[in-house]
Design a binder for this molecule. Structure first.
Ligand code: SF4
Length: 229
């Protein structure tokens, strides 16, 4: 169980799963560089977070909902959480009857949380987006005492919503990522670069210099290759 001072950002899981060196450069060394991808991603999140909560038929939507999990040691925000009225196992849902100022319709019944994470691009082969939304689900379960069996990812490029089931394998992957994140950041050590295709998309490539710092080339070889380009 982590204390409040030990909580790390949920978004760091994405950095960790993309590249441990990138994660360390951001969260240990404090580097951040914008590129087109990060700016577009931020704009999409700002647009989502600026929305007021809303109610549609049997769904109540909360935007920019603060989250934490002391079990995983994570803190952050959900872009959106749909609370879906359930007529299934009511013990799994949450109730709003004690919250002041809500319409009468929302005070009845049990509501199942369903987190939605907005992403700029399109679905990836890697599971980093699924892990991020699963971490949000685990936070919601811990905070609300409700079951969160599913959620979704919405991709700006395709304008499509992809449902995600929080099965045992994804939960285990998420837990392992959170443990590794705490290990990496508490070590205070930035791993060496490993040049890979992902480096072409990395906003920190100019800070990292992966071809130089990966150790596969000497400084002399690196400078030669630059001069010969
Ligand atoms: S440039 Fe490559 S090795 Fe360096 S931080 Fe980015 S992804 Fe990682």
């Amino acid at each position: 169980m982590f204390t409040d001072d030990d909580l790390l950002p949920i978004s760091a899981l994405q950095h960790l799963l993309f590249c441990e060196r990138q994660c360390a450069l951001i969260h240990i060394e404090g580097h951040w560089q914008e590129n087109v991808l990060t700016v577009e991603g931020e704009q999409l999140h700002e647009k989502v977070h600026s929305q007021e909560g809303e109610t549609r038929k049997e769904v109540r939507i909360a935007y920019s909902l603060p989250l934490y999990s002391r079990n995983l040691g994570l803190i952050g925000k959900a872009d959106a959480v749909e609370f879906q009225l359930t007529d299934g196992d009511t013990a799994q849902g949450v109730q709003f009857k004690h919250l002041p100022g809500l319409p009468a319709a929302l005070k009845k019944g049990h509501w199942l949380p369903f987190p939605i994470e907005y992403k700029r691009g399109k679905p990836k082969i890697e599971r980093c987006d699924e892990v991020q939304v699963c971490a949000q689900a685990i936070c919601l379960e811990e905070m609300l005492g409700a079951a969160v069996p599913g959620g979704a990812l919405f991709y700006g490029k395709t304008h499509r919503r992809h449902d995600v089931t929080f099965d045992a394998a994804l939960r285990e992957e998420t837990k392992s990522a959170a443990i590794r994140l705490h290990e990496l950041l508490s070590s205070g050590i930035t791993p060496r670069a490993e040049y890979a295709k992902r480096c072409e998309q990395c906003s920190l490539a100019e800070v990292c210099l992966p071809r130089f710092t990966s150790g596969k080339k000497s400084a002399r070889q690196y400078l030669h290759s630059l001069l010969n380009q």
